[in-house]
Design a protein around this ligand. Structure first.
Ligand SMILES: C[S@@+](CC[C@H](N)C(=O)[O-])C[C@H]1O[C@@H](n2cnc3c(N)ncnc32)[C@H](O)[C@@H]1O
Length: 179
């Protein structure tokens, strides 16, 4: 009689433990919201219709990449994060949801982005000046970069998208073209 309650209790406890463990071991992370993820899908379709490869630099637990894989299954998707724990969680979710995504435990400044057609970034603002230089040096012509909330200091976006009209700066997207 009490079994369903016990199962529920354990599930809530496990979820809490995973969430707490993530924030203790990897630092606080915020995911790109569903409304913003759908806008990213539209941007990729419009500005990079022939894209084959999508990189999420700082993928956390893979929430964004899993949605993109669902909406654009033909893309080869890579998620990079410097938190081992988050990469383990992302890989586990991808296996459970049967979504083939490459999750890699690595510092984003150590990878080469030359093969990326689309790069997505939702990172602390202080990393963006250094990332701007790296991306401009390495990306192939025609590649696009989408940043969430933060923007590059010098590179001019080709378009911007407000995803929450009541809070314009919140999860605003900036789209850049390597030309
Ligand atoms: C705000 S979360 C973004 C999650 C995901 N991209 C999304 O939009 O839902 C930022 C993630 O970047 C990771 N990160 C921060 N600096 C990094 C670095 N130098 N190399 C790799 N990952 C980094 C953090 O561990 C965190 O999981």
């Amino acid at each position: 009689m009490y079994e369903p309650i016990l199962v529920l209790f354990w599930m809530v406890g496990l979820t809490y433990f995973i969430f707490l463990g993530d924030n203790i071991l990897g630092g606080i992370s915020t995911s790109t919201q569903m409304r913003t993820r759908k806008k990213i899908y539209e941007i990729v379709r419009k500005h990079a219709p022939h894209a084959k490869t999508f990189y999420d630099l700082g993928c956390s637990k893979g929430t964004l990449t899993l949605t993109i894989k669902k909406l654009l299954p033909h893309l080869t998707i890579y998620g990079f994060d410097n938190s081992k724990w988050r990469i383990v969680l992302a890989k586990t979710k991808a296996i459970i949801l049967n979504k083939p995504i490459f999750f890699v435990y690595q510092d984003i400044f150590e990878i080469n982005v030359q093969k990326a057609d689309v790069v997505f970034i939702y990172l602390p603002r202080e990393l963006l000046p250094r990332l701007e230089k790296k991306l401009l040096a390495e990306l192939s012509l025609g590649a696009i970069v989408i940043t969430n909330t933060g923007f590059f200091p010098n590179w001019k976006p080709i378009t911007t998208h407000i995803t929450h009209p009541n809070k314009e700066a919140y999860q605003k997207l900036f789209v850049y073209l390597k030309s």
